[in-house]
Design a binder for this molecule. Structure first.
Ligand code: ZN
Ligand code: ZN
Length: 70
């Protein structure tokens, strides 16, 4: 697979959209790994600070609301 930006061999893939990017074009972006409620019902998130990001797909800073899963 080649880099989305420059068509050279890629070093990894964007964690958000799956595009391949080389080291030169890879960017870093915090990535929410998991969301959960604590015992008081407060939303909490597990975040990785430097996930691989392609620079194209513009992930939202805040997670989108979803219907509660039961
Ligand atoms: Zn590239
Ligand atoms: Zn992406």
């Amino acid at each position: 697979m080649n880099c989305w930006h420059c068509d050279r061999p890629a070093h990894g893939t964007c964690i958000f959209c799956g595009r391949a990017v080389c080291r030169e074009h890879a960017q870093e972006m915090p990535h929410i790994v998991a969301l959960y409620h604590d015992t008081k019902g407060i939303h909490k998130a597990v975040v990785t600070a430097k996930a691989l990001f392609c620079g194209v797909c513009e992930p939202r800073e805040d997670p989108v609301e979803m219907p509660e899963l039961k």
